[in-house]
Design a protein around this ligand. Structure first.
Ligand SMILES: Nc1nc2c(c(=O)[nH]1)N[C@H]1C(S)=C(S)[C@@H](COP(=O)(O)O)O[C@H]1N2
Ligand SMILES: [Mo]
Length: 420
C-alpha cells in the first residue's frame, strides 16, 4: 500500500477552518440549513436518531436490500444489515458477498450497466464535463486491491452497553465491516483523463440512490467531499468485488473504494463526481461524520478520515462453552492507521493476557485473522477480551472517548460467555 498522503490531517484542519469562516461552498444544501443541523448535531440523540427509531421497529427483512439476509448471517437494523461475526468463522480472509454487511441510507437502486454513465464535471477541470460509460471504465488499466469497508459507527452500541453513554445512530455491534478484493479503475486515471486542473482541491462523488430525508430536511443524494490528495493516492472506481461484478446492494455498476477511510467515503452507485477548485462541504462532512460532544469544539472535530483499531471474536455474545474441553478461539483485528502488530487475548476479564497467533500478514486498511487455544476450567460466566496493538505502538484502550454520534469506538469489547 502506498504511504499516507502527508497532507491529510493538515487538509482537514484547513478545511474545517475554511468552513467555519464561511469560505467553503456548501454543495446542494444551504449554509443556513447546515448550520441549523449542526446546532442539533452536537446534542446527543438528535440527528441520526431517526435511524435508531427505525432500527427498533426492524422487520425480519431490511426494506430496500436485494440479497437474502438469513438470520444466522445477518442482524437487520432498519434499512441496514449487520454481519454476525460468528458467521465469519467459516469464511476466509475475504468476506463473501453473501456475508457482507449493508449500510443503505435509503434503498438499493436497480441500475443497468448499459444505461449507466459517470459524469465528471466542475470548476476543478480544465474543460467541460466528461462522461464515462461502463465499458470506458473497464477499458482503463485495471487494478485490484484488498480493503475493508467499515462503517464509522461500527461498534457504536458499546458506548451504551459498556460505557453507559447515550449516542445516536444505528446500534451496530462489531459487524459493520467486510473485506473485499476490489477491481476497478484508478480514480486518478479518470480524473486525469477528465482534465484535472492544477488548482483542484476537492472532489464530490455522489450516489444515484434516492435523496435522503432526515427529520423533514432533504439532504439530497448521498455525497461526501474527498480531498484531491486522497483521490489521487489509492482510490478505486470498483466494478468487481471478489472476482464478480459488484452485487446491487454493494453499488452496482460502480462504487468508490477509499482504502482505510470511514465507510461513508465509499460512495455506492456512483453517478457523478464534481471536481472543485474551492473547498466543498456536504452534510456528510459537517453535521455527520465528525466528532461532537464535550471533548470537541461546537462545530465538531475535523471530518473523519481513517478508521480506528478494533478486534472481534468470531463467536456469538453469550455463547456457551464446555468446561475442560479445548476451545479454539478465533477472531479478527483491523486498523485504518498503522497495520496491526499483535493481538492479546484474555479469558478472565482482563487479569491475564496471552498473545494470539496471527494468521494473515497485517496490512493497513485490512484485517488479520487470529486464533488462540483456551481450556475453560470453572463453570459459570466468563468474559473474553481481545486487544490489538498496531505497529505505531497504539493499543486498544479500555474506554473509548465518547462522541454524541457514537463514531470510531475503539475500546476493547467485553465478550460474555457461559462455561457449562
Ligand atoms: N450512494 C450511497 N453510498 C453509500 C451509502 C449510501 O447509503 N448510499 N452508505 C455509505 C455507508 S455509511 C457505508 S458504511 C458504506 C457501506 O457499504 P456496503 O453497504 O457495501 O457495506 O457505503 C457508503 N456508501
Ligand atoms: Mo457508514
Amino acid at each position: 500500500m502506498s504511504p499516507v498522503p502527508p497532507t491529510e490531517s493538515v487538509y482537514d484542519r484547513i478545511r474545517l477552518r475554511q468552513w467555519r469562516l464561511g469560505r467553503a461552498r456548501t454543495a446542494g444544501v444551504e449554509r443556513r440549513t447546515l448550520l441549523k443541523l449542526l446546532a442539533t448535531a452536537s446534542a446527543a440523540g438528535s440527528f441520526a436518531a431517526a435511524g435508531q427509531a427505525s432500527a427498533r421497529a426492524a422487520a425480519p427483512a431490511a426494506p430496500g436490500i436485494v440479497k437474502p439476509l438469513p438470520p444466522e448471517v445477518f442482524t437487520v437494523r432498519g434499512t441496514n444489515a449487520e454481519t454476525n461475526f460468528a458467521a465469519l468463522r467459516s469464511t476466509g480472509h475475504l468476506t463473501p458477498a453473501s456475508h457482507f454487511f449493508v449500510r443503505n441510507h435509503t434503498s438499493t437502486p436497480r441500475i443497468a450497466a448499459a444505461d449507466w454513465k459517470l459524469t465528471v464535471w466542475g470548476s476543478g477541470l480544465r474543460g467541460p464535463a466528461v462522461e464515462f460509460g461502463y465499458d470506458d471504465l473497464r477499458a482503463l488499466p485495471p487494478v485490484t486491491r484488498t480493503a475493508f469497508v467499515e462503517c464509522a459507527g461500527n461498534g457504536r452500541s458499546y458506548y451504551t452497553t459498556q460505557q453507559n453513554q447515550q449516542v445516536s445512530g444505528t446500534a451496530w455491534t462489531l459487524g459493520a465491516i467486510g473485506v473485499g478484493r476490489w477491481r476497478g479503475a484508478r480514480l486518478s486515471d479518470v480524473l486525469r483523463r477528465a482534465g484535472l486542473a492544477a488548482g483542484a482541491v476537492d472532489i464530490l462523488p455522489r450516489g444515484l440512490d434516492a435523496e435522503v430525508i432526515s427529520e423533514g430536511t432533504n439532504l439530497g443524494r448521498v455525497r461526501r467531499p474527498l480531498p484531491v490528495a486522497k483521490a489521487l493516492d489509492d482510490v478505486l472506481l470498483a466494478y468487481e468485488m471478489n472476482s464478480e461484478p459488484l452485487p446491487p446492494d454493494h453499488g452496482f455498476p460502480v462504487r468508490l473504494i477509499v482504502p482505510s477511510w470511514v465507510g461513508i467515503s465509499n460512495i455506492k452507485w456512483l453517478g457523478d463526481i464534481e471536481v472543485s477548485d474551492e473547498p466543498l462541504v456536504s452534510p456528510w462532512n459537517t453535521t455527520l461524520y465528525r466528532l461532537f460532544g464535550d471533548n470537541y469544539p461546537p462545530e465538531g472535530s475535523a471530518p473523519l478520515a481513517r478508521q480506528t483499531l478494533k478486534s472481534a471474536f468470531e463467536l456469538a455474545q453469550g455463547a456457551t462453552v464446555t468446561a475442560g474441553r479445548k476451545q479454539m478461539l478465533t477472531g479478527r483485528s483491523w486498523s485504518g492507521g498503522a497495520p496491526v502488530r499483535s493481538v492479546e487475548i484474555s479469558t478472565d476479564g482482563g487479569t491475564h493476557w496471552h498473545h494470539a497467533r496471527l494468521r494473515d500478514t497485517p496490512r493497513r486498511g485490512d484485517w488479520v485473522r487470529w486464533s488462540a487455544e483456551w481450556v475453560p476450567r470453572e463453570p459459570g460466566p466468563a468474559v473474553l477480551l481481545a486487544r490489538a496493538t498496531d505497529s505505531s505502538g497504539r493499543r486498544q484502550p479500555e474506554v473509548a472517548v465518547p462522541n454524541t454520534q457514537g463514531y470510531l469506538f475503539d475500546a476493547v469489547v467485553r465478550h460474555s460467555v457461559t462455561v457449562v
